[in-house]
Write a protein that binds this ligand. Sequence first.
Ligand code: SF4
Ligand code: SF4
Length: 228
Amino acid sequence: MDIKEIYEKFDQIGCLTFATIDDGYPETRIAHLFAYDEEGLYFRTMTVKPFYRQITETGKMSICGMSASPNVVHAEATGLPIFEPGFTMKATGDVREISFEELLKKENKSQGFAMGIKDIRRYRDLRAFVMDRFRGEYYDYDFDLATRDHKIIRESFSFNDFPTKFRGMKINEKCIGCNQCKEQCDVKLFKAIEIDENGGYFINNNHCDVCGDCTLVCPVGAIDSYRE
Ligand code: SF4
Ligand code: SF4
């Protein structure tokens, strides 16, 4: 995903959870991004808030959000929530404050920048920040298969060479091709386990939900998870 697609997905969600660290503990609040360009994703906060102190002290932040339906419906039989098709987005990385003069140079770039600048003129304690190096993930769900034949599409992204980590599942060389993992994954409707032209089993991590069920049925311990 490029920066435009990343911003547009976050913008579609609107209000996001912004996470920082305070005295070694995670702390969250709801805020939103107001613009993007080739330097990153922009947001603003006031200097009097703990949020401002935490991001200037650490220079690190994580954001996430979900395009949730406004109506939460629970299934009668199970009591579990029913989710309409939607998506979540998350990104973690480095942030830096940008001066008002620097921001002013971007005023004509987009409506978002123009609106952000207007707001800072109204609320003089506001400061602008840019998340300029990050990694993240787009997670598209359709748990009831309303639009396709599998539940999940996941896509990782990295902006400005932020190091990425593989966090999915892999089948290793111990595999004996018994098909039990594929049956388990197919019955859960993730359909993430595929067979290559040589009959080798592999996991398509764009469809994998990292639920772990395949590891429980594999008779030879041939499925590895990458949690680090
Ligand atoms: S972890 Fe779950 S979703 Fe992923 S391949 Fe295994 S059974 Fe399928
Ligand atoms: S369950 Fe294990 S051995 Fe059987 S196909 Fe899957 S990875 Fe291979």
